[in-house]
Design a protein around this ligand. Sequence first.
Ligand SMILES: *Cc1c(COP(=O)(O)O)cnc(C)c1O
Length: 366
Amino acid sequence: MEVPFFDLAAQQRFLKGDILPALEQTLLSGRYVLGDNVAAFEEAIASYIGVASAVGLNSGTDALRLSLQALAIGPGDEVIVPAFGFVAAAECVDQVGASLVLADIDPRTFNLDPSDVARRMTRRTKAIIPIHLFGQAALLAELLALCNDWDIALIEDTAQALGGRYCGRLLGGWGRVGCFSFYPTKTLGSVGDAGMVTTNDEAVAKRLRGLRNHGVESRYDHRVVGWNSRLDEVQAAVLRVKLPYLERWNRKRAAIAARYSRRLADTPVKTPILSHKSSHVFSVYAILTSERDRLKEHLASAGIQSIIYYPQPLHLQAAYRHLGYNEGDFPAAEEVARTVLPLPIYPELSDEQVDYVSDRIHAFFA
Ligand SMILES: *Cc1c(COP(=O)(O)O)cnc(C)c1O
């Protein structure tokens, strides 16, 4: 049996009858950037998340970078980001000229450890960017309490967790801004690059609409130095068709995760921990094992693909040497990077495939 890590065309195959007419209409509309599809998709996401505004951008990375700028964070300011996770939040802090401060994670939920964040706060700290890693909410109550005490912004990196909830309310609606990506591997995937920011702060939304379009307020009136970071109509047209299926797909992911965890319960691997306060959308299903590299090889030889998110914590990456951190500074991030093994998970994965992967893991440890 073959178990690929992704099947990115599956949803487009399933929805071809709806996607193709939407694409044809867009193709012949003559309106390709920031048109009706983008406006309608922004409205649909804002109402789904339960916020006042959503601003479509060309990637999740730009959602983070433009949010920092819209919040006037720059040189002289510090921003705290987890040492383990996707690199985008860290690179954006650097790119706006602010100082990047890393904090360690909790090794079992992979999410930012609020007590380590608290230790690293200074008078210059202007924002905390938790990543809802692998689809489970960060510890928002603790992090929001810190942000309120220090009167600073919480920026949610929600790129992996669209549809996830914390205390019953959707992620991306908790912080000053929520940053989303619709990269094809996310829980709601476009057929290219796309991103969005959600916020209840109308002034921030207005600044984001300017920043994404060369800083213009009205045509050729440039109020700030901006970017070209507009969401295009083709992506928005596809995403509008797919959004109504998101919750169903996320429930399927959760069911697959539960099946994996049941079947792996009597092996030495550590399966994901579910917080009682949050729903987990399992954009990634990651186990932990000290035998990681050998197990990955064993699975590959049985036709099962796995991809390691993330083999190096940020402080040990060449690009972030300038921060001056050393090996040993973030023990949990380092431990997880050595032992984490994400397994294939997507709504179209069959029970037979899940059982096959689980059986191969059993065989490895037998
Ligand atoms: C995918 C991802 C991003 C970046 O999104 P792009 O749309 O690829 O720029 C940011 N943060 C996290 C946690 C991600 O997984």
